[in-house]
Design a protein around this ligand. Structure first.
Ligand code: NAD
Length: 264
C-alpha cells in the first residue's frame, strides 16, 4: 500500500465504538498507510476496540485511563518498547458528569470541575509530554475541541470551560515543541452523535439547530473529521501549528439563525 502516511506510526486515544470521532480519524489514517496503536478505557470498551483495531490491521491495543497516570506511563513505555519512536498522536478524550451538562454552569461542583479539567484538558498535556519524548524525528499531535469553548452553547457548561483551557494548551504546547519539529493542533468538530455527545442534555436539539443553520446545512460526519485530521497529522500541514481548525459545516461563522429557520 502507498499513501501519505506510509511509514508513519501513531497512537489513537479515544475509540469507544465505531461512532467515535477517533474511529473516523483512525480509518482515514490507516487508508493512507499509517500503522496504528490504540488505547481503550476499561475492559468493556477494550472488547469493542480490539476487533475495530484488527479491521485496520492493528493488534497493538493498550489499556489507558488518563485519570491513572501510571497507565499513561505504561502506555508510552509499551510504545517505546515496541516501536522505539512515534510520529503522531490523536487525543479524542473528554468526560464530565452528565448531571452537570444541563442547567446552569454556575452550579458546577468543585469535584466535577476538577475531574472534567483533568480528563478533558490536562490529560492532553500529560500525553503530549510523554509522546514528545518518542517523537525524535518531529511529529504531529492532535486533540478534539468544540465551539462551546468560546461561545455559550446550552448545557455544555463546564465542558466549554475545559475546551477553552484545552485550546490554550494547544497553543502553549505548539510553542514548547515547535523548536523540536513537533506540531500541535486541534480540530473543532461540529456536533456528532457519539457516546460522549449523548451525555449533553438536549444534544438532539443542538444537532438539529446546527444542521438548519450551518452554511452547508448539514452536520458533519466522523469521516469528514477524519479527512481533515489526516491533513493536520500528515506532512501536508507541515507549516501549520497551534491551530484550532473548524470542521463544523461552517456553523462557527454564523451570528444569527437563518431566515428559513426563523420562519419554520
Ligand atoms: P466518544 O464517547 O466516542 O469518545 C470519548 C472517548 O473518551 C471514549 O473513548 C472514552 O473512553 C474516552 N475517555 C473518557 N474518559 C476517559 C478516561 N478517564 N481515560 C481514557 N479515556 C477516556 O465521543 P466523541 O464524541 O468521539 O469524543 C471524542 C472527543 O471529541 C472528545 O474530546 C469530545 O469532547 C470531542 N468532540 C465531540 C463532539 C461531538 O459532538 N461528539 C464535538 C466536538 C468535539
Amino acid at each position: 500500500m502507498t499513501g501519505i502516511m506510509q511509514g508513519k506510526r501513531g497512537l489513537i486515544m479515544g475509540v469507544a465504538n465505531n461512532h467515535s470521532i477517533a474511529w473516523g480519524i483512525a480509518k482515514a489514517l490507516a487508508a493512507e498507510g499509517a500503522e496504528l496503536a490504540f488505547t481503550f478505557q476499561g475492559e468493556a470498551l477494550g472488547k469493542r476496540v480490539k476487533p475495530l483495531a484488527a479491521e485496520l490491521g492493528s493488534d497493538f491495543i493498550l489499556p489507558c485511563d488518563v485519570e491513572d497516570l501510571a497507565s499513561v506511563d505504561a502506555t508510552f513505555s509499551a510504545i517505546k518498547e515496541r516501536w522505539g519512536k512515534l510520529d503522531f498522536i490523536v487525543h479524542a478524550i473528554g468526560f464530565s458528569d452528565k448531571n452537570e451538562l444541563k442547567g446552569l454552569y454556575a452550579d458546577t461542583t468543585r469535584d466535577n470541575f476538577t475531574r472534567t479539567m483533568v480528563i478533558s484538558c490536562f490529560s492532553f498535556t500529560e500525553v503530549a509530554k510523554r509522546a514528545a519524548e518518542l517523537m525524535t524525528e518531529g511529529g504531529s499531535m492532535l486533540t478534539l475541541t468544540y465551539n462551546g469553548s468560546t461561545r455559550v452553547i446550552p448545557n455544555y457548561n463546564v465542558m466549554g470551560v475545559a475546551k477553552a483551557a484545552l485550546e490554550a494548551s494547544v497553543r502553549y504546547l505548539a510553542a514548547d515543541y515547535g523548536p523540536r519539529g513537533i506540531r500541535v493542533n486541534a480540530v473543532s468538530a461540529g456536533p456528532i452523535r457519539t457516546l460522549a455527545g449523548a451525555g449533553i442534555s438536549d444534544a438532539r436539539a443542538i444537532l438539529s439547530w446546527n444542521q438548519r443553520n450551518a452554511p452547508l446545512r448539514k452536520s458533519v460526519t466522523i469521516d469528514q473529521v477524519g479527512s481533515s485530521s489526516l491533513y493536520l497529522l500528515s506532512d501536508l500541514s507541515a507549516g501549520v501549528t497551534g491551530e484550532i481548525h473548524f470542521v463544523d459545516a461552517g456553523y462557527n461563522i454564523t451570528s444569527m439563525p437563518t431566515l428559513e429557520a426563523l420562519s419554520s
